[in-house]
Design a protein around this ligand. Structure first.
Ligand code: AOF
Ligand code: ZN
Length: 359
């Protein structure tokens, strides 16, 4: 039976990058041991997975079984409740991977199905489903974006040489992987030093994906007006700043259609927790932090990161003046350092990707 849920999860993934801030959902309808319908949530605001599966059915769904990766909804959102549609269709069994964490649903969909006499089985491949929707789970329950801290470094932890040269530390395949992540999140965030030094475009150069919003953390308004994030209009740019930005720069950025989020400076910095609240209010459900070392430290120190993804290349750069993936002051005791849970290690050609969640 799990093979059908596996298929539903596979279908759900096809919505990557197109459904935010809504979840990734897949559904499969099975009758007499055969898949007779399949669907997934294709884009934000579009029909839900269950509806697409019902619509695709090549046989009468009466008496069939549905496998769906998220509890069918019970509410009128942009679309009417899927639970009603399932009840009406005559489906008699529903396997659900995980309960919908949306406070509007949270068990109500299951109850509706059960009250209509449908057998509901909850929890098949739950862990996989939760991982797939880690962004949605955080966002729908907290209204804060899910924050991924990504860094690419040498085996001795450097993200650039002492000269500032950083192209390229990790291999092509790792860099492609990063473009894939960019295509899946709502926003990418960097510190202004990265813009000054590397002048990146910060777009997702991968087919079929739109580029996420670019966010530059720039407390004093030091961003060069000729930088790519300002002049390459293929993605939206937000400058997160404080009252320390001059009116002159502020005006010039506005003339260039750049959005500004201003917060009260905290020790000369942009307070990141408050910034995340503002981003959440703008429906930004996920942020990929791409450094540099100073921003990475702030993100960890202010405890806004949920997940880390560190790409490590088999190179040794050396040099006490070469910046590392996490700068700032650092912790004074090993006991106070940040610990990760649910570590995963992946090999990407000669590089190693270590991912984990902040405890
Ligand atoms: C989706 N796609 O396939 C399922 C969802 O505003 P609406 O009507 O699109 O409803 C969004 C909510 O519906 C979402 O937060 C989640 O709780 C539930 N299920 N959403 O976007 C789907 N099954
Ligand atoms: Zn629904």
């Amino acid at each position: 039976m799990e093979k059908y849920m596996k298929r539903a999860l596979e279908l759900a993934k096809k919505g990557w990058g197109h459904t935010n801030p809504n979840p990734l959902v897949g559904a499969v309808i099975v009758k007499n041991g055969k898949i007779i319908g399949e669907g997934y949530h294709e884009y934000f605001g579009g029909p839900h997975a269950e509806i697409n599966a019902l619509k695709s059915a090549v046989d009468d769904v009466d008496g069939a079984t549905m496998f769906v990766t998220l509890e069918p909804c019970s509410h009128f959102g942009k679309t009417p409740p899927c639970s009603n549609a399932i009840i009406k269709s005559g489906i008699k069994e529903v396997y659900i991977a995980m309960e919908d964490p949306n406070p509007m649903v949270r068990g109500r969909g299951i109850k509706m199905l059960q009250e209509a006499g449908i057998n509901v089985y909850l929890g098949m491949m739950e862990k996989e489903a939760e991982k797939l929707n880690e962004i949605f789970i955080k966002y729908i329950t907290t209204k804060l974006p899910f924050v991924i801290l990504k860094s690419a470094m040498s085996i001795d932890g450097k993200i650039a040489c002492y000269t500032g040269d950083s192209k390229w530390i990790t291999g092509e395949k790792s860099r492609k992987y990063v473009h894939n992540i960019r295509g899946r999140v709502s926003a990418i965030m960097v510190g202004v030093n990265t813009v000054i030094k590397d002048n990146p475009h910060l777009t997702a150069r991968i087919e079929g994906y739109k580029s996420p919003t670019r966010i530059v953390v720039d407390s004093k308004g030091r961003i060069p007006l000729d930088s790519n994030v300002i002049n390459d209009k293929s993605a939206r740019t937000i400058i997160a700043t404080t009252e320390l930005m001059s009116d002159n720069i502020r005006r010039k950025l506005k003339e260039r259609d750049i959005d500004i989020i201003e917060l009260k400076n905290s020790n000369g910095r942009v307070p990141l927790k408050e910034l995340m609240v503002k981003l959440g209010e703008q429906s930004i459900d996920s942020v990929l932090i791409e450094g540099g070392g100073t921003l990475n430290w702030s993100v960890l120190e202010e405890a806004v990161a949920d997940k880390i993804m560190f790409f490590i290349a088999p190179k040794i750069i050396g040099g006490k003046d070469a910046i590392t993936s996490v700068e700032g002051k650092g912790f004074s005791k090993v006991m106070d350092s940040i610990n990760l849970r649910d570590i995963e290690i992946e090999r990407i050609e000669d590089d190693i990707l270590i991912s984990g969640y902040i405890k």
